[in-house]
Design a protein around this ligand. Structure first.
Ligand code: MG
Length: 203
């Protein structure tokens, strides 16, 4: 399986990064070795001193497809979950400054913790899903899919023009504003609505 990630999909986050608001989805990949499941602890990597959380809703692809049209895109995902797109911000800044790919900053081992998934029918209007991240009980990020620049169907259609989607692939749909550092000992908990879907510790 592969993990497809969308960057700068909330305008307020693009602003806080001093990045332009994109006119088409910003896409990058993480390998399957980036997955971290079952609320396992995350071990702070040696190569960064500025590891940031980015809480994101995650689509699970339920059917293979390519060149999917937006009006049919909802047939290709059934379940939605939440995850963290961990980012070594110091390394990402160096990569960006040099115009280099940023995989070292984004796609390292366990950089993609994901929680439980729920059927999309339980979430109501997919263009109005609230979600948030707490660290040690304090809310640090909150978002709503009504603020997405490119909604789920547009994303599925867009990425399928480039990558064949396979059952089990994940799409991280972008983070709202409020990204920031984590440190060893922090306890992260991610919620869709009021439902805790993911929790783990930084070690
Ligand atoms: Mg992200």
């Amino acid at each position: 399986m592969k993990i497809i990630c969308i960057g700068r999909n909330y305008a307020e986050h693009a602003k806080e990064m001093n990045s332009p608001v994109p006119t088409e989805p910003v896409v990058f990949l993480k390998p399957d070795t980036a997955l971290l499941r079952e609320n396992a602890p995350f071990y702070y990597p040696d190569f960064t001193s500025d590891l940031h959380h980015e809480v994101e809703l995650v689509l699970k692809i339920s059917k293979a497809g390519k060149h999917i049209q937006p009006e049919f895109a909802n047939r290709y995902y059934e379940e939605i979950g939440i995850g963290i797109d961990f980012t070594a911000r110091d390394i990402q800044m160096q990569c960006k400054a040099k115009g280099l790919p940023w995989e070292k900053a984004k796609a390292f081992d366990h950089s993609a913790p994901v929680g439980n998934f729920v059927h999309k029918s339980s979430l109501g209007d997919l263009n109005n899903i609230g979600f948030h991240l707490e660290i040690n009980g304090q809310k640090v990020q909150q978002g709503n899919t009504k603020d997405l620049l490119f909604n789920f169907d547009v994303l599925v259609a867009h990425v399928s023009q480039y990558f064949t989607l396979k059952t089990g692939d994940l799409i991280f749909t972008g983070t709202p504003e409020g990204v920031g550092p984590v440190k060893r000992g922090d306890k992260l908990a991610a919620f869709i609505g009021k439902e805790e879907m993911l929790h783990f510790e930084i070690r």
